[in-house]
Design a protein around this ligand. Structure first.
Ligand code: S3P
Length: 269
């Protein structure tokens, strides 16, 4: 065997080991998340990721290809997160609820923890139209904006394991609710009018609240929307006094209950 052939053989062997190891790792990741759920242990543990990265940074110390290897390791961690989200959910999660209930914040935490793709509806519609939400309302009207929302939801239903952070008015159209149910579960986040007021006070891209940021106005809008929100929701979570991590854990636990319920119902048929 010449030198080149030997190197190629060695490389093949390395790849075999890598693939087998990655397979084993994926299996462990899947079992880990199931076991965490069985034991009722938090799924969201970002400290664990930093601990591992620190350990490997030290292990590679001043190795010439340290950055390349850490890059590959980052990718392994990213895909591990996606294995976990597929295990926990396996469908889209649509976050609905009034302006300021924390849909975007929760989406960000779920993205960091489970590397899920996030569709921030308002942001995408603003980008597609090359203007802010307030400008769309002013120049093209609310009906136009609502149609944009319906179109975007239809696109979202084509993929799975995404978090869709819906605009506050999305659940008001039954056609939107039907579309969301096709590819996922609808999680309604709620908060008290005073909490909402605190969260939206300094923002100026919510045309339906601009010049009317009072507890009274928010309360009456929320009351008018409540039946549609509740009617659409598969899961309802109150966010008052809870941090993002607690809310995410609650979503995960409630999705698990929902899946078990559905399994039992299917078995009873
Ligand atoms: C709206 C909520 C906003 C945005 C638009 C209309 C609504 O989204 O879509 O201003 O009708 O409740 P957020 O709930 O993300 O603020």
């Amino acid at each position: 065997m010449n030198k080149l052939e030997k190197l190629r053989n060695d490389l093949d062997l390395c790849d075999e080991i890598l693939i087998d190891t990655l397979r084993m790792r994926s299996q462990i990741i899947q079992e880990l998340i199931v076991t965490k759920q069985e034991l009722g242990i938090a799924a969201v543990q970002p400290e664990e990721e930093s601990r591992k990265k620190k350990k490997f940074n030290q292990k590679l110390n001043d190795y010439k290809y340290k950055d390349s290897i850490m890059g590959v390791y980052d990718s392994i961690l990213y895909h591990s997160k996606r294995i976990q989200s597929a295990e926990l959910f396996g469908f889209n999660i649509f976050l609905i609820g009034f302006m300021g209930v924390g849909k975007s914040t929760i989406s960000k935490t779920l993205k960091q923890t489970f590397a899920m793709d996030v569709i921030e509806m308002d942001q995408i519609i603003a980008e597609r139209n090359g203007m802010s939400i307030s400008e769309i309302f002013d120049l093209r009207g609310e009906e136009y904006f609502r149609n944009e929302e319906t179109e975007l939801l239809k696109e979202c239903s084509k993929a799975k394991d995404q978090i869709i952070s819906c605009g506050g008015g999305v659940a008001m159209r039954q056609v939107n609710v039907d579309e969301m149910k096709k590819s996922g579960k609808i999680v309604l986040l709620t908060a008290s009018p005073s909490t909402i007021l605190k969260r939206v006070e300094d923002s100026h891209d919510r045309p339906l609240l601009e010049n009317n940021k009072t507890v009274e106005h928010i309360t009456s809008m929320m009351e008018a929307r409540e039946p549609a929100y509740q009617g659409a929701a598969d899961i309802v979570i109150n966010t008052d006094g809870k941090d993002a991590r607690e809310i995410c854990e609650e979503i995960i636990a409630r999705v698990k209950d929902l899946k078990e319920e559905e399994k039992e119902n299917a078995a009873a048929l």
